[in-house]
Design a protein around this ligand. Sequence first.
Ligand code: CA2
Length: 150
Amino acid sequence: MMKILVINGPNLNLLGERKPDVYGHRSLDDINAFISDYFKRVRLDFFQSNHEGAIVDKIQEARRLYDGIVINPGALTHYSYAIRDAIESIDLPVAEVHISNIFNRESFRNKSVISAVCVGTVSGFGAYGYVMAAQALAHQIKRRKNAKTD
Ligand code: CA2
């Protein structure tokens, strides 16, 4: 069975507690259950950390255990070269997700240092963005696997 790891970065463990206008009403556990409901033939595992290094460790560990990664790096999106390098160092497709539209917010959020090393980015579609990213990633992984066996 295909395995995808969903990673959430700093402060996303507080979802649902504040700023519902920007991030919605769901908690992170609610969002994870919401994503899982869409998939029957993909195993999804979930990881959240407020620590950059722990996220780098998890990305490295994932290279042997998963077929792809969906990541919302939180504010690390905008400045973490360590996460960017970790993604670039592994041979797994990674999809970037943002609950909010990072392009219509404060200027410091308009830039992602992660996007260039990801297969694609979904931004602004709320929790459904994780579903979109995981679906697109599963499609890519299937294509890559078929290409190898062709
Ligand atoms: O839109 C997104 O998903 C973000 O990645 C969320 C990050 C933010 O720094 C990025 O610019 C965009 C942070 C999430 C902060 O989460 C909160 C949770 C509860 C209450 C307030 C903020």
